[in-house]
Design a protein around this ligand. Sequence first.
Ligand code: AGP
Length: 608
Amino acid sequence: MCGIIAYVGPDAALPKLIEGLRRLEYRGYDSAGVALIADDDLWIRKDTGRVAALAAQVEGGPTAQTGIAHTRWATHGGISLDNAHPHVDAKSRIAVVHNGIVENMTALVGMLKEEGVTFTSETDTEVIPHLVRRHYDGDPVAAVREALQHVRGTFGVAVAFADHPELLVAARNGSPLVIGVGDGENIIASDPQAVVAHTRQVVYMQDGEMAVITADSVKVQKLTTGVKIQSEVATIEGDYGPAEMEGYPHFMLKEIFEQPRSIRRCLRGRIQLREGNAKLGGLNMDPRDIVATNRVINLGCGTSYHAGMAGAMAVEALARIPARAEIASEFRYRHPIVPRDAMFFAISQSGETADTLGAIHEVQTKGGQVMGCVNVVGSTIARTCGRGVYVHSGPEIAVASTKAFTSQVSALLVFTLMLARTRNLSLQQGREMAAELEAMPDKVARYLENPGPIDEAVAAVTDARYVLFLGRGYSYPVALEGALKLKEIAYIPCEAYPSGEMKHGPIAMLDEGAPVIAVTPQDSQREKAISNMKEVEARGARLIVIHTEGDEEMEALADVSIPVPAVADYASPLITVLPLQLLAYKAGLALERDIDKPRNLAKSVTVE
Ligand code: AGP
């Protein structure tokens, strides 16, 4: 994970590096640090707090024009000043910021220690400046190249040399790096959004490449051989720059309440009411290609995986072709079969998730087709897939994903409509589905205007030893999503189970008053869900029930009853997830958690 930014140009580097770190903080916020080349020396400052703390510490710092900076998500070594980047060589003349993992760290540390090197941190990164020093004879480029030949694993690195304030060296293998090409200044960063304030022209570095940047030049070469590479300069589209809180106390709350707008943005121009159909131009498929699709496989992690589950259920139910969702990190390593007639969707808010990217590569290596279902325009996943659907949620800043989930599900439902119309869905059924999708932003808004007794539910979970979420069919991914939210924001132990599976084990966890959250809208699974709730009730558990408005039987069963507007089965995740998002938010608030930046997490998970 971690975010890297580096600057060389005519201006003071420090303010630009700090501004870049703010934009990169979503990648990790365990510590932050900066190194400038000032008066032919390295000037280094670090802080174990957030970027804001580092910014306060370095205010009034040197006006040096070359520097590197880093915001960390700890992998090797705890959160401490020693482990914060930049890391330096023994003479403190070479500084490195790194995103990725040095997998052969143990061997390299052993080798360097035998050669007399003393380590000052527990990080894997520290081997890199020592290796660069080992190969440095005045040529910074050759030293970085030779040093990195020893490294196994993933890296995006930027290296600064006190002897060479005129240049920076960058290299990439498996961790994203872009170079912002400015007018008399150049910037290296982990993602394009960190450079947009300065330039929209970027070179996307590829794995196995290395770059030497000065204020006036960007020279890319092959990492192993030094052979020159003619890189394309691309233009960044869209800006996911610092979003405003718009008066809300947290981004998470703002993003929850933004969902009527974000879903509408996702649907705009894609639903064809009269034809009872939909159009997703970015897929670049004609009806014949769509008909040739006989299987859909959604890949994703965390919330994006849950959206993929809901989407796969809709495809199978409505288009009547086999569909499933796969956890990307599991999929990529089990030598999966990639059927020729399958369409894969890589679902990702950030478009940078390493596991999802790895799964895409696995499919592509085996000749499969992967479409992106991504929020961040121009992100690595969007570019790697080449085709797909942008979900247009707008910037999602809170670590807990909320509006991205509903936009991802919406986009997958639009795709389902398109696919189903080439097969099972009649014109009339297509029109009904198109109308239902169009109506969703208003239904979501209506629920959010009157969200029901969420505070009662919060009171039931904040002191709980264990919370069980239950759901069947489309409500199972919603239950999983609700449990994920409560864990990551409120740190309350909980799990989600398919309602019918509860009696095969988890029911043993229930005792008098244990909170059970049942997601049970009025759908085809409702009768069965009622039986499961009776089983829970019989064990004295406290039932918090999310059900369709006017469902009196559910209301009577519930200790806390949370009604939501009636919607079609396939659209229910868009509505039933809302109270669970609010529950997690309010529980986190009651427990005084760091809502937008919960402990141990990062917005974008760029390591395996
Ligand atoms: C969601 O609240 C989480 N922060 C996390 O599970 C997230 O959905 C996951 O890391 C995938 O991220 P992506 O959508 O950016 O690929």
